[in-house]
Write a protein that binds this ligand. Structure first.
Ligand code: 5AD
Ligand code: SF4
Length: 455
């Protein structure tokens, strides 16, 4: 068996893509290794969303180069090094110029060609030359067709990509350029994957897409399927106990989808609905296609049908032109909405995006101060949400082993991590992968502790 090491950066879409690459390379005789030290093929599945994420890739390449040098000195064969994902898509051959050790560069829509590229690169190295392969084609459908035939899944919780790319063009964001335009997979293709996961015993499925609630796949009769309709169909025709979806855009949160939260028991009470800023002036400059009032109306409508919904969001502080008053409106919005959890970032200038060229960039120390203030408030909200769970009994899907042999970790319906001591190593093996009732006994800033509830 040859050995494959993949490092994944960034979003869940990349996690999903990594799993697909592992599947596809398993058919080529590659098995996964946990370290690059003994790998025949190293793949960095990269993220370009913020500068830090992109820079991390170059420092990792630097470290891998030292490893390659050590291997050549010891007379061992070098591994093939591939840079995949969004940095590859955005920077293409530039990566090989900056980092000559890189043999292959391919974007998110070319994973299905990885086996062929690896074979070709292997032949070139056998002849003593360095391969320089670049594939940054953006045609999506071919990738899905090629990869989904082969995919297999382990575990009880699985991702299923239904939609990829984005047409929203928020003025700070690289996604429309790196992942390409919005693409919804055909209904039958999605169902084929869903049926396979269902047959494998998956209990929880998370439908993935950069703009997942904009899903509008067509079926063989050319009928359109909205995300709401797809979720209803999955709930009725599979044994999935839990259905989640991420990431959503406020503009695409239709009444039909909101109704699903009230009517479909399998649709979990958790929604990631990024707003980015609490200032109308800023969301307009971000080209977000919604206002703060329309965002709040959407949340009100969801809470009307599902009062216990846990809300999550993304925030950017220090977008060009953001004043103190704009930022305080973000703070007000956070206090008003009461997020169960959220992600927050300092604005990062991304080359090629409209906001990058603006003259009114916010100074870095101002951004840091705003981020700290916002994060303190978000942490406070998350802690309050977690504290409110203490004493409640919740269904938890015990997905993985914990730190102690008798401990398992799973998620509550609200996406909180719950650590459960099941009372012994054997019991842990018995309960792993099961959905159980858990009494929450204590709360921390990022997770809960619970015990099996026998009633
Ligand atoms: N700077 C900072 N944060 C960004 N995001 C996207 N682009 C940028 C950027 N240029 C954040 C947004 C988005 C999340 C995935 O990453 O909040 O919702
Ligand atoms: Fe980026 Fe905006 Fe599209 Fe989200 S909606 S992926 S932030 S362009």
């Amino acid at each position: 068996m040859k050995k494959l090491y993949i490092k994944t950066y960034g979003c869940q879409m990349n996690v999903y893509d990594t799993e697909r690459m592992v599947d596809v390379m398993a058919h080529e005789g590659y098995e996964v290794t946990e370290t690059p030290d003994d790998a025949d093929l190293v793949v960095l599945n990269t993220c370009h969303i913020r500068e830090k994420a992109a820079e991390k890739v170059y420092s990792d390449i630097g470290r891998l180069r030292l490893l390659q040098d050590r291997r050549s000195k010891a007379g061992e064969k070098k591994s093939l090094l591939a840079v995949a994902g969004c940095v590859a898509q955005a920077e293409g051959a530039e990566i090989q110029r900056r980092a000559p050790t890189v043999d292959m560069v391919f974007g998110p829509q070319s994973y299905h060609r990885l086996p062929e590229m690896a074979r070709q690169a292997g032949k070139i190295t056998d002849q003593g030359a360095r391969p320089r392969l670049v594939d940054t084609d953006l045609a999506v459908s071919e990738k899905f067709a090629a990869l989904s035939r082969k995919s297999v899944s382990a575990g009880k919780s699985a991702f299923l990509t239904v939609q990829e790319g984005c047409d929203k063009f928020c003025t700070y964001c690289v996604v429309p350029y790196t992942r390409g335009g919005e693409f919804s997979r055909p209904f039958e293709d999605v169902m084929r994957d869903a049926d396979r996961l269902n047959a494998a015993g998956v209990l929880e499925v998370t439908l993935l897409g950069q703009n997942v609630n904009a899903y509008h796949g067509r079926d063989a009769d050319d009928q359109e399927w909205s995300l709401a309709r797809l979720i209803r169909h999955l709930a009725a025709h599979t044994d999935f106990k839990r259905i989640r979806y991420t990431t959503s855009h406020p503009h695409d949160m239709t009444d039909e989808l909101i109704a699903v939260h009230g009517e479909v028991a399998q649709c979990m009470p958790y929604l990631h609905l990024p707003v980015q800023s609490g200032s109308d002036r800023i969301v307009k400059a971000m080209n977000r296609h919604h206002t703060i009032a329309s965002y709040l109306r959407t949340i009100e409508a969801i809470r009307a049908v599902r009062p216990d919904i846990a809300l999550s969001g993304d925030f950017i502080v220090g977008f060009p032109g953001e004043s103190d008053a704009d930022f305080q409106q973000t703070m007000d919005l956070v206090r008003q909405v009461n997020y169960a959890q959220a992600y927050s970032f300092m604005y990062s200038e991304r080359p090629g995006t409209p906001a990058a060229g603006r003259e009114d960039q916010v100074e870095s120390h101002v951004k840091s101060a705003r981020l700290a203030e916002l994060q303190a408030e978000l942490d406070r909200g998350q802690r309050a949400f977690n504290d409110a769970a203490v004493g409640r009994v919740m269904t938890v899907l015990l997905e993985r082993e914990g730190r102690e042999p008798s401990q398992l970790v799973g998620r509550s319906p609200y996406m909180q991590a719950v650590h459960v001591d099941v009372g012994g190593r054997e019991l842990a093996q018995k309960y792993l992968g099961q959905m159980v009732e858990v009494k929450i006994v204590s709360a921390g800033p990022r997770s809960l502790k619970g015990e099996l509830s026998l009633t």
